[in-house]
Design a protein around this ligand. Structure first.
Ligand code: FES
Length: 123
């Protein structure tokens, strides 16, 4: 259902799938485990973070004090740790697990297809 909604948004010109790697295998070989790399999608910096075989995509700006998140890492609960004040973020829903009352981390959808790994970004 989520995929259908995203495809509808693409059809309506409300967003776009961006190819970020030629395949999931290439992404897994390129992104170091427990780290992230940055990709730029139309002036937006997005972190692609790898935890073993799972890749997550999120904005490179911490909701706490807007510092870059790309030099963070994962904790044992598979949450992303901001390198500045060490707030932890749930990468399934963006919740700040350290200060739950604060703004959520902006996440992006990923899609793995035969011809590549794609990130959805709305306009
Ligand atoms: S800037 Fe990320 S936790 Fe403060």
């Amino acid at each position: 259902m989520k995929e259908l909604l995203l495809e509808l948004k693409v059809l309506l010109g409300l967003g776009k799938w961006y190819k970020v790697f030629s395949s999931m295998e290439v992404a897994l070989a390129t992104i170091p485990d427990k780290k992230s790399i940055l990709v730029h999608l139309s002036e937006t910096e997005i972190c692609l973070a790898r935890d073993e075989t799972k890749i997550s995509a999120f904005i490179n700006s911490c909701p706490h004090h807007q510092m870059p998140l790309n030099r963070g890492t994962f904790n044992e609960k598979q949450e992303w740790i901001c390198p500045y004040h060490r707030h932890c973020f749930n990468l399934n829903d963006g919740r700040n697990m350290t200060m739950p009352e604060t703004k959520q981390l902006e996440l992006f959808y990923l899609k793995s297809k035969k011809n590549g790994l794609y990130v959805y970004k709305s306009n």
